[in-house]
Design a protein around this ligand. Structure first.
Ligand SMILES: Cc1cc2nc3c(=O)[nH]c(=O)nc-3n(C[C@H](O)[C@H](O)[C@H](O)COP(=O)(O)O)c2cc1C
Length: 341
């Protein structure tokens, strides 16, 4: 059935088809239809102190505004991450800014955090019926200078805290100038320390500790990835999400749109992401959970991520190319690999 839907959706330009797909998934959720499409077996796991019905989640960026939370949840995801959301609404980069590379099962995007702002997102979260694990991914506005980025993250953290199961700090989008510089050295430490202090204050105020995860890029050297891992341990973060899209173009050379600016996702980022997970796992030694994302287009890729050291996985591009059946395939593959161990 998805093959037919995909054929129709792929006839539209990528951004129109994206919006239509989110609308349809949202509508299916309101009507309770989506759970008829997909039944995901239970494979419960506890990570960051949260209970997940299965370890396969929706990655950030597909439901940026939280408009279709119930719809995505009913498709069988074990958790949903919405955002990236910024303090104020912003339009993102000029269109076109989203490109499909179907031969490579890949996407290039330079959306630039187009979103309706944190207040709109919170209205959507409050309206949703979903009571499962909900991650809220936060970022900075395009026009906030990077030296003041911490103000935007703290503002978003304050606002979303009471409504999130966990909060993801996105410092790895390649489409907001300067953002990725926050992954390094003193900038990273200062950001993480400020967020941790605020997390402690909010824990007291709300009587609940909401875990903080940081989402990183796949484009760092091994040494840089190790330094990130150490900073996460030193500051007491709760999890790391690896990875965002890549600026590299390996695996898509010569294809239409390969030279578009932006982040590349899907099959070509798979091995780079898994490598990042492996380097993190070596340094973190089980002290901090890893959520792996990047290039899962078949069930077996989810098991590769788990074997590299992940506790949970997320999918984005694979969902666009394979549809909701990929969720079940990933859960089944992880379950089968677990049984063999
Ligand atoms: C069109 C598009 C928009 C995205 N927007 C976001 C975003 O707003 N925040 C974020 O953290 N990641 C965003 N991502 C990155 C994905 O969450 C994911 O980390 C990345 O695409 C790798 O996974 P995949 O290969 O399964 O797509 C976006 C990806 C795509 C393709």
């Amino acid at each position: 059935m998805y093959a037919l839907a995909r054929e129709l959706l792929f006839k539209l330009n990528p951004e129109t088809s994206h919006e239509l797909a989110v609308d349809l998934i949202g509508a299916g959720g309101r009507l309770g239809l989506n759970r008829l499409v997909c039944q995901t077996p239970r494979l419960p796991v506890t990570v960051m102190g949260l209970e997940f019905p299965n370890p396969v989640g929706l990655a950030a960026g597909l439901d940026k505004n939280g408009d279709a939370i119930d719809g995505f949840a009913q498709l069988g995801f074990g958790f949903i991450e919405i955002g990236t959301v910024t303090p104020r609404p912003q339009p993102g980069n000029p269109k076109p800014r989203l490109f499909r590379l179907p031969q490579a099962e890949a996407i290039i995007n330079r959306m630039g955090f187009n979103n309706q702002g944190v207040d709109h997102l919170l209205e959507r979260v409050k309206a949703a019926k979903y009571r499962g694990v909900l991650g809220i991914n936060i970022g900075k506005n395009f026009d906030t200078p990077v030296e003041r980025a911490v103000d935007d993250y703290l503002l978003c953290l304050d606002k979303v805290y009471a409504h999130a199961s966990y909060v993801t700090v996105n410092v790895s989008s390649p489409n907001t100038p300067g953002l990725r510089s926050l992954q390094f050295g003193d900038s990273l430490k200062q950001l993480l320390e400020a967020l941790r202090v605020r997390q402690e204050e909010l824990t007291v105020r709300h009587g609940r500790r909401v875990p903080l995860a940081i989402k990183i890029a796949p484009d760092m050297s091994d040494e840089e990835t190790v330094l990130v891992a150490r900073a996460l341990l030193d500051t007491g973060m709760d999890a790391v999400i690896a990875t965002n899209t890549t600026l590299g173009r390996e695996g898509v050379e010569g294809l239409a749109h390969a030279d578009e600016a932006g982040g590349l996702s899907g099959a070509p980022v798979r091995d780079k992401s898994t490598h990042t997970v492996r380097i993190l796992a070596g340094e973190l030694a089980g002290k901090l959970p890893i959520i792996a994302v990047g290039g899962i287009t078949e069930g077996v890729h989810a098991t590769e991520k788990m074997a590299a050291g992940a506790s949970l996985v997320q999918i984005y591009s694979g969902f666009i190319y394979k549809g909701p059946a990929l969720i079940r395939a990933a859960v089944d593959a992880i379950a089968a690999a677990g049984n063999k161990r």
